[in-house]
Design a protein around this ligand. Structure first.
Ligand code: ADP
Length: 410
């Protein structure tokens, strides 16, 4: 019988859960609650061919988790006979700072790490903690495992993670680059190495997570050696509503010349910039592409700035890695937009990156090598699957730390 692992991803007003059967990695059900804390919360449920949406009462994340668990044991016990069958819960955790470099069993120390990093990830760590506490309370028998977004990037060397600021700021206040999307970068790097017939520890890759949030990572031998997001997820590439790299003096200019408060500047850089701010059309890449096709000049400009920034990071990381085996596109834009991939790779032809046009055009949402045979490095599309990766990590931690026998052991 397979081991049931529940993967929980807690947002500020949402709870996304997937029930996996391991070690097969089968998704048995996906159950999400949206608009937690509002009068009308909604529960989405998907399992096999069934898909349903229903209103539910979820004033808190705890109530939302209860609604999910109730739904999972409904249906004649086909998914779960009872909650005791959930062996472990894998939590997506965002900011573990320097304290955590791998997936860990949650104990008081891990909860404290999440708590003490509230200032570094004010939008993510507080809901993470609430989700964890809710799961500990409702599923006390299950092992709770935290899989941190920052963990993969803990292998970055100081030259990549330090800002050129007074060193005391790093020592006393932990000011440094941490990086995010680590679970996604790690997953696609492993899959890409397999697709290239290489062992991860001998494969050098640039992984591009291009979704609402966007980040690039230089992966040497399976380990992150540099990444574009920084102490917060604002640095680096152009994103849906985030500006990415800017002149660090701009906030002072806005404050002094435009009389903006720090909250207004935070909002401007995080919620009103990026594709949305440049195009004036949308933060959604599909809409920006469509407006550009219709001749909207600012939408075209937004695409140009977006792609140019990615090109610069690929160039920089290629130099960092020296030898490059592959460039990997993932997440909503990376997996689904042949047009954006063609714009980015087209600008890199001068240094030898060449796409196979047909393969690029044919690859939408699936894994494929899309480069031409004479390309200096392979170009790949690998769909990201953070929930599966969290399930796999959680299962491995569960096998390592529980007394349960490994069902796959000979
Ligand atoms: P999140 O970071 O919220 O998980 P996703 O990885 O789902 O986001 O990516 C969302 C982005 O992917 C949006 O900008 C969306 O427009 C874009 N996207 C999805 N499908 C396509 C497509 N076919 N062409 C271009 N962009 C797409």
């Amino acid at each position: 019988m397979s081991t049931k692992i529940l993967v929980v991803n807690t947002g500020s007003s949402s709870l996304k859960c997937s029930l996996f059967g391991m070690p097969e990695g089968l998704v048995l059900a996906v159950c999400d609650v949206e608009r937690i804390g509002e009068e009308k919360s909604t529960l989405h449920f998907q399992s096999g061919g069934e898909s349903a949406e229903s209103p539910c009462r979820a004033g808190t994340h705890g109530e939302a988790l209860e609604a999910v668990l109730r739904r999972l044991v409904e249906g004649n016990g086909l998914l779960l006979g009872n909650l005791e069958e959930i062996a472990a819960v894998g939590h997506r955790a965002v900011h573990g700072a320097e304290k955590i470099s791998e997936s860990v069993v949650v104990d008081e120390g891990v909860l404290e790490v999440i708590r003490e990093n509230f200032p570094l990830a004010p939008l993510h760590n507080p809901p993470n903690l609430v989700g964890l506490e809710a799961a500990i309370e409702r599923l006390p028998h299950a092992m709770q495992v935290a899989v941190f977004d920052t963990a993969f990037h803990e292998s970055m060397p100081p030259r990549a993670f330090l800002y050129a600021l007074p060193y005391e700021l790093y020592e006393q206040h932990h000011v440094r680059r941490y990086g995010f999307h680590g679970t996604s970068h790690r997953h696609v790097a492993e899959v890409a190495a397999r697709m290239l017939g290489m062992a991860p520890q001998e494969c050098n890759l640039i992984t591009l997570h291009l979704g609402n949030g966007c980040s690039a990572t230089a992966v040497r031998g399976g380990r992150s050696v540099d990444t574009s997001m920084g102490m917060t997820p604002l640095e680096g590439l152009v994103m849906g509503t985030r500006c990415g790299d800017i002149d660090p003096s701009l906030p002072f200019v806005f404050s002094r010349n435009l009389d903006m408060s720090s909250d207004e500047i935070y909002d401007l850089l995080n919620r009103r910039s990026g594709l949305a701010g440049l195009s004036g059309v949308s933060n959604d890449m599909r809409e920006v592409i469509s407006a550009a096709r219709d001749g909207n000049a600012r939408a075209e400009l937004a695409l140009d700035v977006f792609c140019y920034r990615v090109v610069k990071y690929i160039g920089a990381y290629w130099a960092v890695l020296g030898r490059l085996d592959g460039v990997v596109f993932t997440a909503g834009i990376g997996e689904n937009s042949p047009e954006i991939r063609a714009r980015i790779c087209g600008a890199l032809e001068g240094i030898g990156l060449r796409l196979d046009e047909r393969r690029n055009a044919d690859t939408v949402g699936s894994a494929a090598v899309i480069s031409a045979p004479d390309s200096r490095a392979a170009v790949l599309v690998v769909p990201t699957d953070e929930a599966l990766k969290i399930a796999v990590d959680t299962y491995q931690v569960y096998l390592r730390t529980s007394d349960s026998p490994d069902p796959e052991a000979p």
